[in-house]
Design a protein around this ligand. Structure first.
Ligand SMILES: *[C@@H]1O[C@H](CO)[C@@H](O)[C@H](O)[C@H]1NC(C)=O
Ligand SMILES: *[C@@H]1O[C@H](CO)[C@@H](O)[C@H](O)[C@H]1NC(C)=O
Ligand SMILES: *[C@@H]1O[C@H](CO)[C@@H](O)[C@H](O)[C@H]1NC(C)=O
Length: 252
């Protein structure tokens, strides 16, 4: 339902306001969806089917797919086939398309550690990914330069490690919003939490090895001699695994 509303706006950008219009257009042209597995509540997975068939004839289009993710790809294709003439009338040519993925993983990485990106910018990127049928948002969320992820278990990681502890963080509800927005577009969110290197910010919570001679006497990777390191990492990754529904976490 959300995809229908979204694509209706994309196909008829001038007509977003009118419900009336919606019905008028509906009566002229119907788009029929059929899907084998109506698993609308789940998340896209690494083996999800995105296969679809799209057939357009006079006054009618049909999308057939094995999964809701395939339906989303089919609607995307349909939206890109609709065009307007010089007078603003909408057309879509007759066509028959059978489409499936050549590459099951079509990812885009954003590094929000070196450059904090506001949530609306991430959402806009997810829109652009959907237009191009990308299906994995690799969220390089933390690294040496900053730790914007606001952890429930270790709030000091972002309190001390973010560029700003309030304005430059991703709260739990920000993260939920990104994951849900991505899901509605058939995009997985694959988080990256680097370890045992690229963990400079952890120095501020006293977990790193001090490198006395080389290179600089500053901090190196996490200190494997401290039992607290293991407790810390177990707790952090337990949280990360519960917050991000994807079956993978990238460890850098
Ligand atoms: C698409 O059409 C082909 C050929 O008719 C058929 O074999 C296939 O099962 C269809 N796929 C879907 C997802 O409906
Ligand atoms: C639609 O079909 C017409 C007539 O064959 C053709 O000139 C036009 O390029 C097609 N447009 C698109 C977007 O496929
Ligand atoms: C966070 O840092 C503050 C200030 O250094 C400290 O007082 C507090 O105990 C720390 N909180 C946790 C949960 O480690």
């Amino acid at each position: 339902d959300a995809a229908f509303i979204r694509y209706h706006r994309l196909i008829f950008p001038d007509h977003t306001a009118g419900r009336r219009y919606y019905h008028m257009i509906n009566s002229l042209f119907t788009v029929e969806i059929s899907v084998d597995h109506q698993d609308c509540e789940g998340y896209p997975q690494e083996d999800s089917s995105e296969r679809y068939n799209l057939s357009v004839s006079a006054g009618h289009a049909s999308v057939n797919a094995e999964s809701v993710w395939g339906v989303l790809r089919g609607l995307e294709t349909f939206s890109q086939l609709v065009y307007q003439d010089d007078f603003g009338t909408h057309f879509v040519n007759r066509t028959d398309i059978e489409d499936s993925t050549q590459f099951q993983y079509r990812g885009l990485l954003l590094d929000t550690s070196r450059h904090y990106l506001p949530v609306p910018v991430i959402l806009k990127t997810l829109d652009a990914m959907a237009y191009s049928k990308f299906n994995v948002f690799h969220w390089h969320i933390v690294d040496d330069p900053s730790f914007p992820y606001q952890s429930r278990t270790f709030p000091n990681l972002s309190n001390k490690g973010a560029f700003h502890p309030v304005s430059h963080v991703y709260t739990q509800s920000d993260v939920k919003r990104v994951i849900s927005y991505a899901r509605m577009r058939g995009i997985r969110v694959l988080p990256e939490f680097d370890s045992p290197g690229h963990t400079n910010f952890w120095g501020r919570v006293k977990l790193l090895t001090r490198c006395h001679l080389h290179p600089s006497g500053t901090f190196g990777p996490v200190n494997p001699a401290l039992p607290s390191t293991y407790q810390f990492m177990a707790s952090l990754f337990k949280e990360v695994a519960s917050v991000f529904p994807d079956s993978y976490i990238h460890l850098g």
